[in-house]
Write a protein that binds this ligand. Structure first.
Ligand SMILES: [Zn+2]
Length: 341
């Protein structure tokens, strides 16, 4: 409380303490200089119970005539060690995390899927974790309900690559299809690499789990999975581009409608506070670090030069924004929330 306000209260007749309290200005309360408990008249209403849960994670935007819905699936704080970045001292990595207000021993890894309504088809790009990665992820289905989208209405699922956080949402924990009416399209190069048993047998133990997970998801539905080559148009207005490095067949999507476009970057870079600012870093989860860096710079340069709207699967929700080229890398500028479509 300011000196002036104290003087004003003291100036009121001390036999009328309630009136004195009314002199405490609303501004002083808002400024935090007066405790609410000391203000019975201003806090006369019963306290509201806390909601105790997060609101739905949904964000809608338009690209030309297409309506897009970004659906949050949650976040995983991936534990990291000094092996996390192969070509930088861990102290530099810790500095980058600290500069981004992130924990030093974990990588914040949010998951945002995208539904594109082309007017002809409802297309889901990547499917989330299926609640099978981390307890703090797996809210995609709840957000679908909140967005008023019936999983049965999804016509097409398009997959960027075969890591579990992108394919596990195809099925639930009981191995049932979550989107039973959807055609599934995957990159040919991704299928070729991961479904090859020779590659599985040659893989280190932790990567073998990834190979086995892919067999769990795809083996019994293989006849219904369509494979595409880079450059293919998977739906009207959605074209594919090879973006290898993170995985051999990693694919990004360019969405065009009218005179607007969006580049769906998938895992070209994970959290931009780390990998846009340090595009040269080879993350342990990139299968070919050199190729991942080349792909990242090529796509980021293009997006920055053309001032394209981009979305990244592991960018902070709603995951879309722009990229600016800086002296040492790139900076991600999130979109402004648009109240009207
Ligand atoms: Zn991912």
């Amino acid at each position: 409380m300011s000196r002036l306000e104290l003087v004003r209260i003291k100036g009121v007749n001390d036999s009328e303490p309630e009136k004195a309290m009314q002199h405490v200005t609303r501004r002083a309360v808002l400024a935090g200089s007066v405790s609410a408990a000391a203000l019975p008249l201003l806090s006369a209403k019963a306290a509201s119970p806390p909601a105790g849960e997060q609101t739905p994670g949904i964000y809608r935007y338009r690209i030309g005539a297409f309506e897009l819905t970004a659906l949050y699936d949650g976040i995983w704080y991936r534990p990291i060690t000094e092996k996390f970045i192969r070509n930088a001292p861990f102290a530099e990595v810790e500095n980058a995390l600290a500069a981004a207000f992130m924990p030093a021993d974990k990588l914040a890894t949010p998951f945002t899927t995208l539904i594109v309504n082309t007017g002809q088809k409802l297309v889901l790009i990547d499917t989330g974790t299926g609640g099978q990665i981390a307890p703090s992820a797996g809210v995609l289905r709840a957000n679908l309900v909140a967005a008023g989208i019936d999983p049965q209405a999804i016509d097409l699922i398009v997959i960027s690559h075969f890591h579990p956080d992108h394919i596990n949402g195809i099925k639930d924990k009981d191995n049932d299809l979550v989107f039973p009416n959807a055609e599934i399209m995957v990159p040919e190069a991704e299928w070729k690499y991961w479904m090859d048993d020779a590659n599985l047998n040659a893989a280190p133990a932790d990567l073998k789990l990834t190979f086995r997970n892919q067999r769990r998801i795809f083996s019994d539905i293989a006849p219904h999975v369509t494979r595409f080559e880079p450059g293919a148009e998977v739906a009207s207005g959605i074209t594919t581009l090879a973006a290898p490095g993170h995985t051999p067949g990693h694919t990004v999507f360019a969405i065009h409608s009218g005179d607007q476009s969006l580049l769906v970057l998938g895992d070209t870079a994970q959290h931009p506070a780390v990998f846009a600012r340090h595009p040269d870093w080879h993350a342990a989860f990139d299968i070919d670090g050199e190729a991942a860096v080349a792909t990242r710079k090529k796509l980021f340069d293009r997006a920055a030069a053309d001032r394209m709207l981009v979305t990244g699967y592991h960018f902070p929700f709603p995951a879309c924004g722009h990229l600016i080229k800086t002296a040492h890398g790139y900076e991600h500028v999130p979109v402004e929330w648009q109240p009207n479509l």
